[in-house]
Design a protein around this ligand. Structure first.
Ligand SMILES: CC(C)(COP(=O)(O)OP(=O)(O)OC[C@H]1O[C@@H](n2cnc3c(N)ncnc32)[C@H](O)[C@@H]1O)[C@@H](O)C(=O)NCCC(=O)NCCS
Ligand SMILES: Nc1ncnc2c1ncn2[C@@H]1O[C@H](COP(=O)(O)OP(=O)(O)OP(=O)(O)O)[C@@H](O)[C@H]1O
Length: 232
């Protein structure tokens, strides 16, 4: 199975690109969705976050007040590190399960969309790594427009992540998303043919079909050995 890592910065266009992958029939595991699920009322992550941040972080519905928590963690490094530490085991287990589900369905190629791929050191599990890059100016503009944030709040969110230039230097494939959507689509077509190239042997053995082939080979090997030992 080929596990493509899709990453970038906040509002650099990862979701826009992952929608293009989905539209091309490629399954996408979205770390933001996993992170939202592990913070839902009653979940393990929700309990740990309340234990650390208190009931003040809850809405009257007892769901986590995400904008309030966001305001706290994006304006303080230590608070963000605390939240990351509390949620990391739940998020990585959630991502692992989503990948396993795709494996069980027989998927040979999947995309994992993780904003913090390098920060949480999950880059070693994905190949190739696709980074969606934009200039900081475009990033801030799109973030302020999409989320209705002030320049200060948007800047805090951008600064909470590894710089996009550094992420770009670690990429196997870079998608430059400063232009319009047509320009993005043109680059996407090239990326799609690149990641759809035939699987390497290692990737094949990691797929469900590869694992069953190994099982089949081992079983027939054992059968042949048994047959020969009876014959001699
Ligand atoms: C702080 C929270 C509650 C804010 O929620 P909100 O709905 O406003 O934002 P959302 O979850 O949609 O995230 C938007 C973007 O913010 C960035 N971001 C989120 N968490 C972090 C973080 N801990 N550090 C840096 N950037 C982050 C990502 O680029 C993400 O795509 C939420 O982001 C959260 O629970 N973060 C911690 C979990 C996490 O690390 N998520 C990233 C998945 S790897
Ligand atoms: N090429 C483009 N031209 C114009 N707008 C774009 C382009 N690409 C993305 N956008 C817009 O920029 C905003 C950010 O894009 P998107 O939501 O895909 O980013 P993201 O990296 O997934 O963000 P996050 O990290 O917050 O999840 C969205 O409003 C999106 O519609």
């Amino acid at each position: 199975m080929r596990i493509v890592g899709l990453t970038g910065g906040i509002a650099s266009g990862k979701s826009t690109v992952s929608n293009l992958f989905k539209a091309s029939g490629i399954p996408v595991v979205d770390a933001d969705v996993v992170a939202r699920n592990v913070l839902k009322k009653g979940s393990g992550g929700w309990k740990r976050v309340i234990a650390a941040f208190g009931e003040e972080i809850l809405l009257p519905s007892r769901e986590v007040d995400r904008p309030k928590l966001g305001q706290m963690v994006f304006s303080s490094d230590s608070t963000r590190q605390l939240l990351n530490k509390l949620m990391a085991p739940y998020i990585s287990t959630g991502i692992f399960w989503e990948i396993l589900k795709q494996w069980a369905k027989g998927a040979k190629l999947i995309v994992v969309d993780i904003p913090l791929l390098f920060e949480v050191k999950m880059d070693k599990w994905t190949k190739p790594i696709v980074v969606v890059w934009v200039s900081q100016e475009t990033q801030l503009k799109r973030l302020m427009e999409r989320d209705g944030l002030s320049e200060e709040d948007a800047g805090n969110r951008v600064m909470a992540q590894m710089s996009l230039d550094l992420k770009r230097s670690k990429a196997d494939v870079v998608i430059e998303n400063n232009g319009d959507l047509d320009h993005l689509n043109q680059q996407f077509s090239k990326v799609l043919s690149e990641i759809r190239r035939p699987l390497t042997w290692t990737e094949f053995w990691r797929s469900r079909q590869g694992a069953f082939s190994v099982l089949g080979l081992v079983t027939s090997g054992l059968f042949v050995c048994k047959h020969f030992s009876f014959g001699s």
